[in-house]
Design a protein around this ligand. Structure first.
Ligand SMILES: C[S@@+](CC[C@H](N)C(=O)[O-])C[C@H]1O[C@@H](n2cnc3c(N)ncnc32)[C@H](O)[C@@H]1O
Length: 246
């Protein structure tokens, strides 16, 4: 399923006030991403570009654990800057679609947490960012693979076209040498299907559709997703990728 960038922008902007308290999986991914980056490529980079910085969950780990000369952050939502201003000083913020930005410098590290799944073509995105990297530059990103939100796909038939881990490897092949790919799953339990829907809204994941669900759709979703004990489950399938430009 393709995503309209206008809808994505609106939904993420709306989710920001409640994002941090709901995004436990994304916070864990951000920490794993930075730890795996350090393990495979060290912690010192001259110029860093962070894509899809949002409320700054990953930015906090970058500021705490990496050493750099200059950090540039980007998000399609301009309001991201007001969150980042509280986390980092002396950084550059570029507002706009990350597939259209034209930074004036090249980078040693391009890093992004829980955003690359929104690209309609991962190979095209990787080619675009490979041109922004210096020789031997590193790309470190987390995304989601097939199996992500299987429960939603079954109940609503609504899903992004997630790549498999092999599909991600294939996309890297042209411009990058993979240093590490780590895939895992994490299932969250919600006390009711409505709590699960609120979680999706508060993390911006409801960007797939502009329409509000009708009462009948909400009821059919609840009937479909609820388990015998009343609990509703949501499975995340994150992938952490560290790769070096060839
Ligand atoms: C799930 S949030 C992740 C935010 C943050 N990286 C974190 O670790 O929590 C995805 C972010 O990517 C941004 N985003 C999605 N597509 C984008 C694009 N094409 N260009 C720039 N930002 C984008 C959204 O606005 C949102 O802030």
């Amino acid at each position: 399923m393709q995503v309209n960038p206008k809808i994505l922008k609106q939904k993420f902007e709306k989710s920001m006030p409640k994002y941090n308290e709901n995004a436990s999986v994304q916070r864990e991914m951000a920490e794993l991403l930075v730890n795996n980056l350090i393990k495979n490529a060290g912690q010192t980079f001259t110029q860093i570009l962070e894509l899809g910085s949002g409320t700054g969950l990953l930015t906090e780990f970058i500021a705490d654990k990496l050493s750099y000369e200059h950090l540039t952050c980007n998000d399609i939502v301009e309001k991201s800057k007001s969150y980042l201003d509280k986390i980092v000083k002396n950084y550059t913020f570029i507002a706009g679609n990350s597939m259209k930005i034209k930074p004036s410098v090249h980078f040693d590290l391009i890093i992004s947490n829980a955003m690359f799944q929104w690209f309609s073509s991962l190979p095209a995105a990787l080619e675009y960012y490979s041109r922004m990297l210096n020789k031997n530059g590193v790309i470190a990103f987390s995304t989601f693979s097939g199996g992500n939100f299987n429960e939603i796909r079954s109940a609503l038939g609504l899903s992004l076209d997630y790549l498999s881990v092999d599909g991600i490897k294939e996309a890297l092949k042209k411009d990058f040498e993979p240093l590490e790919l780590l895939a895992y799953t994490k299932t969250l339990d919600f006390a009711s299907p409505l709590e699960l829907l609120a979680h999706l809204k508060n993390t911006g994941v409801n960007s797939l559709s502009a329409k509000k669900m009708t009462f009948a759709e909400v009821k059919s979703f609840c009937d479909c997703i609820i388990e015998n004990d009343g609990i509703a489950k949501l499975t995340y399938a994150p992938v952490i990728v560290i790769a070096r430009k060839k």
